[in-house]
Write a protein that binds this ligand. Structure first.
Ligand code: PLP
Length: 371
């Protein structure tokens, strides 16, 4: 049975061109720190990838530090900059929230958009040098944050701004200078690259304390032998994503999916729908149906979705993102995340709607029985 995969915000399938580039890199010998021809070839491959990945966010390659993924890059940003005060939006990914458990949380509105007035007031209330972390697009709802405005506010108060652009990169156009962020986090596996490789990109030369010791790689900012095949795959994925050629196709399919949902079950809700969102993401509530049950029922029909974020779903806790938007834990526990990618087809959308329609019909019968 062919399946329909709608969990691209957890991991997007690796693009065939990326598999080709990584296989070639795996087949070559050479450590990028070595002086011989093999080592120089490995170095060249890494520097090419650095240009490709930096290019996706309009940054200078010299500011890019390869890491083991978005989680490590977020930690490097938060721990690497010596700031006594950290402020984060309430809807950040757990790799930010749990890395800085004592950080002050800036609230969001009912659409999941960061409250800039609250950020301004919090920064004005305390003169200590601060770091603000505000993601560009939320991994659960796809809601896009006003990062440029947040950066202006942060800079006005002498603070630095870090933005986790893991979900936004390759799905909206990003130019680091226009964004105004001092640092951004990226991850390869959300944009058709491999898992286990990411990057922190610095806009300037601010001092960054490395988290690891013992090697000169990445200009001493992240020691350890580079993940050559992963980095090469990241580079190829970034180059392909930079064309943003899929955006209107994805948005049209996502909108068709949402129209289909509302036609099947007008009692359903799409969270964050009034805000600017990524073109590929829908967070959908079906009243009366636990998300975990929906995920299993859809899986049995050959459709892969997730109950909120992939990492949060294994904890079985209702989404902190939806709760920050003012929704009760009971409502939040009925939401599934549907996320599209380069591999999604119109047939997949039909397949999803047919499967979801069956779930909604069962819920209706059960609720009528209970009434
Ligand atoms: N930031 C966001 C917004 C994410 O969605 C994720 C992954 O789900 C991460 C960071 C972590 O990235 P990685 O899986 O590469 O560690």
């Amino acid at each position: 049975m062919t399946r329909a995969y709608f969990d691209c915000n957890a991991t997007t399938p690796v693009r065939p061109e990326v598999i080709g580039a990584m296989s070639a890199a795996l087949g070559r010998a050479g450590n990028a720190s070595s002086q011989h021809a093999e080592g120089r070839a490995a170095r060249e491959a890494i520097e090419k990838a650095r240009e490709q990945v930096a290019g996706l966010v309009g940054a200078a390659p010299s500011g890019l530090i390869f890491t083991s993924g978005g989680t490590e890059a977020n930690h490097l940003a938060l721990f690497g900059v010596a700031r006594s005060r950290i402020l984060v939006s309430a809807v950040e990914h757990p790799s930010v929230l749990d890395a800085a458990p004592d950080a002050e949380r800036i609230p969001v509105d009912s659409q999941g958009v960061i409250r800039l007035d609250a950020l301004d007031a919090a920064l004005a209330a305390d003169p200590r040098p601060a770091l603000v972390s505000a993601m560009l697009a939320n991994n659960e709802t796809g809601v896009i944050q006003p990062v440029t405005e947040a950066a202006e506010i942060a800079h006005r108060h002498g603070a630095l701004l870090h933005s986790d652009v893991v979900q936004a990169a390759g799905r909206v156009s990003i130019d680091l200078a226009t964004l105004g962020a001092d640092m951004v986090t990226m991850s390869a596996h959300k944009l058709g690259g491999p898992q286990g490789v990411g990057a922190l990109v610095l806009a300037g030369e601010q001092l960054l304390r490395p988290m690891l010791r013992g090697g000169g790689q990445e200009r001493r900012r992240r020691p350890g032998t580079e993940n050559l095949p992963g980095i090469v795959g990241f580079g190829m994925a970034a180059e392909l994503a930079a064309a943003l050629s899929d955006i209107s196709r994805l948005e049209a399919m996502r909108d068709a999916l949402e129209r289909g949902i509302m036609a099947i079950a007008p009692e359903a809700a799409i969270f964050g729908a009034r805000a600017r969102r990524l073109p590929n993401t829908s967070m959908i509530r079906l009243p009366g149906a636990e998300a975990a049950v929906q995920v299993i029922a859809l899986d049995l029909e050959g459709v892969a979705v997730s109950a909120g974020a992939a990492c949060a779903s294994s904890r079985h806790a209702p989404s902190h993102v939806l709760q920050a938007m003012g929704l009760s834990p009971a409502v939040a526990s009925e939401a599934i995340r549907v996320s599209l990618g380069w591999c999604t087809t119109e047939t997949d959308i039909e397949r999803f709607l047919a499967a979801w329609g069956k779930v909604a019909a069962r819920v209706r019968i059960l609720s009528q029985g209970a009434a």
